[in-house]
Structure formats: C-alpha cells, structure tokens
Design a protein around this ligand. Structure first.
Ligand SMILES: [Zn+2]
Length: 142
C-alpha cells in the first residue's frame, strides 16, 4: 500500500479536473492518458457518477483535492467580498463625517477582518472534511 508514483500536474487547457487510472490506481489533475502506465491507459474523470464506484479502489484518496479546492475558493470569495465592502464603508463614512483617516482605518480593518475570517473559516472547513477521510489512505494534497 502507499502512493509511490510521482506527483504530477497535468493541465489540459484551462480546465483542471481530477482524473484517475484504473490500472495503476493513481490520480492526476486532468490529462487523457496515464503518464505512469505504459501504452495508452485512458484516465477516467473522478467527477463523473459512473466512475465514482472506482474511487474506493484507488491507492490515494482524491477527496482532499476537492476539499483543498473548495476551501481555496472560499478564501478567494472572502477577499473579493471584503474589498468592495471596505470601500463602501470608507466612502460612506467620509461622506457623512469628512474624517478620511478614521474611515480609511475602519475600511481597512473591515477588509482585513473579513479576509482573515474567511481564511480561518475555510481552514476549519478543510480540517473538518479531512477528518472524514480515512487515514489508511495517503492523502494527496498537491
Ligand atoms: Zn496508470
């Protein structure tokens, strides 16, 4: 048992997906054929329902790949939401009181707190999801 294949990133175009090989039981980021097996061993898409029955047979657990992706997205979402909100607070506050330094400070604090909050939340979410992953399999975190 164990994952001894090389960690590889296979990116097809701009679309990245988790694929796996039934022959060597390794998972990859996209690609059409297995880079480890000789010949043209076709990779299966892990996201397709008809292929998910094979996931339990794999050497590695592909779930951390999805968890890492979703927690990354949440962090990005937090940053994207925090910036306009901070700007809004700043513009509104300055418009009402004219105190630029005060409202700039409050705006920046808002951005930092929300960004930090979404980062902490996504890290917590990731850890919680990771606990559900059986530890008999090597988690693949690339
Ligand atoms: Zn293979």
């Amino acid at each position: 048992m164990g994952y001894d294949g090389p960690n590889r990133f296979i990116v097809t175009g701009s679309k990245i997906m988790v694929k796996f090989c039934l022959q060597c039981k390794n998972a990859f980021w996209g690609g059409q054929f297995c880079p480890i097996c000789k010949g043209e061993e076709e990779l299966l898409d892990a996201a397709l329902p008809e292929n998910q029955k094979y996931l339990v047979e794999l050497n590695i657990d592909v779930r951390p790949k999805y968890f890492a992706r979703s927690s990354m997205l949440l962090t990005c979402f937090g940053f994207i939401m925090a910036l306009p909100l901070g700007m809004f607070i700043f513009i509104r506050g300055v418009g009402e009181t004219g105190n630029v330094a005060l409202w700039a400070g409050i705006g920046i604090v808002t951005v930092v707190v929300i960004s930090w909050g979404s980062w902490v939340l996504s890290a917590k979410m990731f850890n919680k999801q990771m606990k559900a992953v059986e530890d008999i399999k090597d988690p693949q975190l690339d």
